[in-house]
Write a protein that binds this ligand. Structure first.
Ligand code: ADP
Length: 555
C-alpha cells in the first residue's frame, strides 16, 4: 500500500506540475495577444489623422495620439505638461469648459466645435466628439475625445455665408432701388399723363395739336405700363408678392376681361368669343388671374389681323374640396415659329423683333404671367403654328369656395351729392395744379398745404369733407401728419376721411398708409375718373352717416 500511495502521490504531483505548465502557457499566450492588440491599437492611434485623447475628470491628459503634435505644433512632452484648455482659443475656452464640466452629469453624446491656437499662433477650427469612460468604485469617469481639423469646411461655410449675405443685400438693394426709381418715375409721369389727358380734349387745339397731345397721352400711358411691369416683374422675381385668397367666379372674371377688350377686337373686325361653363366659385387671387387672362387676350388681339379670338374656361372637380381650372386663349393670328415658342415666357423676349416694333410691348407680359401661375403652383404653356394662330393656356388647382354675396352698390358714385371742401396736401406744385385743373369743373373748394405740418395747421382752422394726402413730403411726411391729425382733440379729426395720394403703390406701402390712420389710397399717376369717384364716394351721404371707417379701402 505504501508503494501504491507513493505512486499516487507522484501522479498527483506530476499532475500539479502539468497544470502549472499549462497555466504558464496560457498566460504567455494572453500576454502575446495583449501585446499584439496593443500594437494594433498603437498603430491605429499613431497613424490616425484625428487627434485621440484620454483625460481624467480634472482634464489631466492620460493619453494623446501623436497626431496632436503636427496639429498643434508643440512637442508631445510639453503638451502633457500644459494646463487643461491652454491651447483652446481664449474666446472659445469658457464655453467648452462649461460643456465638458457638465458632460459627466448629462451624459449622452457631446460634440463641440471650437478653435485652437497653434504654437506658431495660427488659429484653426476643430470639431471634437467626447465619450465618457466609467471608472470603478464610483470614481469620476474619464473622457475620450476624438478631434478633427475642420478649418477648410469652416472657411467654406464662412464664404457661403458671406456670399449669401451679399446676395441678400444685393437683392434688397435692387428691390429698394426699383421701389425708389419707380416712385421717382411716377411723380413726373403723373403730371404728363394728367395734363396730356386734359389737353387732348381741349376745344382750343387745332387738329394737328390735338393729334400731338393724343400721342403724348398714349406714349405716357405706355411708359406707365412699362414702369408698372418692371416693378411687378422684379417683385415677383424677388418673391415679394403675396397672393390673395378670396372667393371668385372664374367665368365672371373672364367675362369682365372679354368685355374690357371687346372694343379693341371690334375695331379690328375680330370675332371675340367666351366659352365658359359655370363651374362655381373658387378661392384664389382673382386679380392676378385677371392679369394673366388680360395679357393672353390683349396679345391675341394684338397679333391677329383677321378671324377669331376665343377664350375657353374649363373647371373640373379635383377631389378634396379642390377644382382644376384651365383657361385657354386661342387666336387665328400670325402664330409663333416653334423655335421661338419656348422663349416667349422669358423676360424681355419677343418672338419677332420686327413684329414687336410694329406692335409695341415690352416682352415682360408673358414672363410675369409665368411667374404668377407658378406662384399659384400651376402650369402655363402655348402651342402655335406660324401663320395660322396660337393658343396660350394655364392650369391651376384651387380650393372650391362658397359663393359671395354681390358687393354693395354705391362704391362708385360718379357724381357729387353736395358741394365739397377739400384739403389737398401735396409738395409738388405741378401736381397741385393738376388736381385743381381736373376738379375745376366740379363744385369743390380746394385748400392746399405743401407738407404735413401745414396740413395739420390747416386742419385745425377749417372743416373739411376730405383730405387728399401725399405721403413723401419735406418737413413732415403724410403718414406722420395723419397720425397727428387723428390724435387731435376734435371730432373731425376722427371722422374726416384722409385718402393717400401717392406714387408709393406697393401693397406694403399702402398697408402702412392705412395703419397710420388713412382711409383709402389713390395711386399716382392718378386717373381723373378715379379721383372724382373717390371724392364722390367718401363724401356721399351714406358714407357721411357712417362716419369714417378706418381700414376701408377705395382703390
Ligand atoms: P409683349 O409686351 O411684347 O407683348 P409678351 O411677354 O406678352 O410681351 O409677349 C412676348 C412675345 O410673344 C410677343 O412680343 C410676341 O412676339 C409673342 N406673342 C405673344 N402672344 C402672341 C400671340 N397670341 N400670337 C403671336 N405672338 C405672340
Amino acid at each position: 500500500p505504501f508503494l501504491g500511495t507513493l505512486v499516487l502521490a507522484f501522479i498527483f504531483a506530476g499532475d500539479g506540475v502539468g497544470r502549472m505548465l499549462k497555466a504558464r502557457r496560457r498566460l504567455d499566450d494572453a500576454q502575446a495577444q495583449m501585446r499584439r492588440s496593443e500594437a494594433l491599437y498603437r498603430v491605429l492611434a499613431d497613424n490616425i489623422k484625428d487627434v485621440i485623447m484620454l483625460a481624467d475628470a480634472e482634464g489631466k491628459r492620460i493619453y494623446m495620439s501623436p497626431s496632436i503634435v503636427p496639429a498643434l505644433g508643440f512637442p508631445l512632452e510639453e503638451l502633457y505638461e500644459m494646463p487643461a484648455y491652454r491651447f483652446i482659443h481664449p474666446d472659445d475656452r469658457e464655453a467648452l469648459r462649461r460643456k465638458i464640466d457638465t458632460f459627466p452629469a448629462t451624459g449622452g453624446e457631446l460634440k463641440a466645435e471650437y478653435r485652437v491656437v497653434r504654437s506658431d499662433g495660427e488659429v484653426r477650427w476643430i470639431e471634437t466628439s467626447f465619450t465618457l469612460v466609467p471608472q470603478p468604485n464610483g470614481a469620476p469617469p474619464h473622457i475620450v475625445s476624438v478631434g478633427r481639423d475642420v478649418q477648410s469646411r469652416k472657411e467654406l461655410e464662412v464664404e457661403l455665408m458671406d456670399a449669401r449675405l451679399q446676395a441678400e443685400a444685393a437683392a434688397a438693394a435692387k428691390s429698394d432701388f426699383l421701389a425708389n426709381m419707380t416712385h421717382e418715375l411716377r411723380t413726373p409721369l403723373n403730371a404728363i399723363i394728367g395734363f396730356a389727358h386734359l389737353l387732348k380734349d381741349s376745344p382750343r387745339l387745332d387738329s394737328q395739336d390735338a393729334r400731338h397731345a393724343r400721342l403724348i397721352s398714349d406714349a405716357s400711358g405706355t411708359l406707365l405700363e412699362l414702369v408698372n411691369s418692371v416693378l411687378d416683374f422684379s417683385r415677383l422675381e424677388a418673391g415679394a408678392v403675396d397672393l390673395d385668397t378670396a372667393p371668385f367666379d372664374p367665368a365672371l372674371e373672364a367675362g369682365a376681361i372679354i368685355e374690357l377688350l371687346s372694343g379693341q377686337a371690334a375695331a379690328k373686325g375680330l370675332t371675340l368669343e367666351l366659352v365658359a361653363e359655370p363651374g362655381g366659385f373658387l378661392s384664389g387671387d382673382a386679380q392676378r388671374l385677371r392679369q394673366v387672362l388680360l395679357n393672353f387676350l390683349s396679345n391675341a388681339i394684338k397679333f391677329t389681323a383677321r378671324g377669331a379670338v376665343t377664350m375657353t374656361l374649363t373647371q373640373l372637380p379635383a377631389g378634396a374640396g379642390e377644382a382644376w381650372l384651365r383657361c385657354e386663349v386661342a387666336d387665328t393670328g400670325v402664330g409663333i415659329p416653334d423655335s421661338q415658342l419656348v422663349q416667349v415666357f422669358e423676360r424681355f423676349t419677343q418672338a419677332d423683333v420686327s413684329v414687336s416694333r410694329r406692335y409695341g410691348g415690352t416682352g415682360l407680359g408673358l414672363a410675369i404671367c409665368k411667374r404668377i401661375v407658378e406662384l399659384m403652383g400651376g402650369e402655363i404653356g402655348a402651342t402655335s403654328v406660324a401663320g395660322e394662330g396660337s393658343s396660350f393656356w394655364f392650369e391651376v388647382v384651387l380650393p372650391v369656395a362658397e359663393a359671395l354675396a354681390a358687393p354693395a352698390e354705391g362704391a362708385d358714385a360718379a357724381e357729387l351729392e353736395r358741394p365739397v371742401r377739400l384739403l389737398l396736401v401735396e409738395d409738388v406744385a405741378i401736381n397741385r395744379e393738376l388736381v385743381k385743373t381736373v376738379l375745376a369743373a366740379f363744385d369743390i373748394e380746394i385748400d392746399t398745404a405743401e407738407d404735413g405740418a401745414q396740413a395739420i395747421e390747416a386742419f385745425g382752422q377749417a372743416a373739411y369733407d376730405l383730405v387728399l394726402m401725399d405721403v413723401q413730403m419735406p418737413v413732415m411726411d403724410g403718414m406722420t401728419a395723419t397720425r397727428q391729425i387723428r390724435a387731435l382733440p376734435l371730432l373731425a379729426a376722427q371722422t374726416t376721411p384722409i385718402i393717400a395720394m401717392t406714387a408709393n403703390v406697393l401693397p406694403e406701402q399702402i398697408a402702412r398708409c392705412i395703419e397710420s390712420g388713412m382711409d383709402g389710397h389713390l395711386g399716382k399717376p392718378m386717373n381723373p375718373g378715379d379721383l372724382l369717384n373717390t371724392i364722390a364716394y367718401w363724401t356721399s351721404h351714406e358714407r357721411t352717416m357712417q362716419g369714417a371707417a378706418p381700414l376701408a379701402r377705395t382703390a
